[in-house]
Design a protein around this ligand. Structure first.
Ligand SMILES: O=C(O)CCC(=O)C(=O)O
Ligand SMILES: [Fe+2]
Length: 222
């Protein structure tokens, strides 16, 4: 085991980080991780999110074929999908690939791939309570949200609120979008919302997906 792996910080090896993620997902269904990436990669991603959001982010959607007027009542952030053409984005995608493989080894979840986008919530933006996946109807298995906001303060709002379940609307936890923190949770288990943000708020929202393809249906859709 290499405790100086560039992909991890606070001297915790990737393997032990994966153990923590897997154990918490198995016990609680969610996990909050501080110092998720190296400081260096976190800063590069932060810089890129800020720079690209000026020109390249588009209104986020809430599903395939949804009209944008409906979308903007539910969420008002803007987003940009990551791809491997950018070296910085590739490093994030490669790290999450290691997480995917590590979780499959530990939990036999059959995670097939990972997709993610930068999000920018401007002052006043929000995302109403929703589920990222509906039981048996979606290939999103695990949601990940990685935050890129140094010195976030209570008064800035913008917390992610996780609720216990669809049946039980008590609050499970509230998460401030602080720099280099990542939350991972079962996509079909926890309704969640982003409270109105009073400052620019940057993150990367992602999903590990299952492959639900069968002989007459190709999934994930391109
Ligand atoms: O930014 C967050 O904290 C959560 C975003 C979210 O729920 C989503 O994009 O589906
Ligand atoms: Fe979500």
């Amino acid at each position: 085991m290499n405790s100086n792996s560039p992909s991890t910080s606070n001297n915790q090896s990737l393997e032990s980080k994966l153990d923590v993620i897997a154990n918490n997902l198995a016990d609680a269904g969610y996990v909050i991780l501080q110092d998720f990436l190296s400081e260096e990669l976190a800063k590069l991603l932060q810089h890129q999110a800020q720079t690209l959001s000026e020109t390249d982010f588009k209104p986020a959607s809430i599903g395939r074929n949804q009209d944008q007027q409906l979308n903007s009542k539910v969420r008002s952030d803007r987003s940009l999908w990551l791809n491997k053409e950018s070296e910085t984005q590739r490093q994030y995608l490669d790290f999450m690939e290691q997480v995917r493989v590590g979780l499959n080894r530990r939990l036999f979840m059959g995670l097939f791939d990972f997709e993610c986008h930068f999000s920018h919530y401007q002052p006043g933006d929000f995302y109403l309570k929703h589920l990222d996946a509906f039981k048996g109807r979606s290939n999103r298995a695990l949601s990940t949200v990685y935050y890129l906001n140094p010195s976030w303060q209570e008064s800035f709002g913008g917390e992610l609120v996780l609720y216990s379940s669809e049946q039980d609307s008590s609050i499970l936890t509230r998460i401030k979008p602080v720099f280099n923190q990542c939350v991972i949770f079962l996509s079909d288990s926890f309704p969640h919302e982003v409270l109105v943000s009073h400052k620019d708020r940057f993150s990367i929202a992602g999903w590990f997906r299952l492959n639900n393809s069968n002989h007459n249906h190709v999934d994930p859709a391109l």
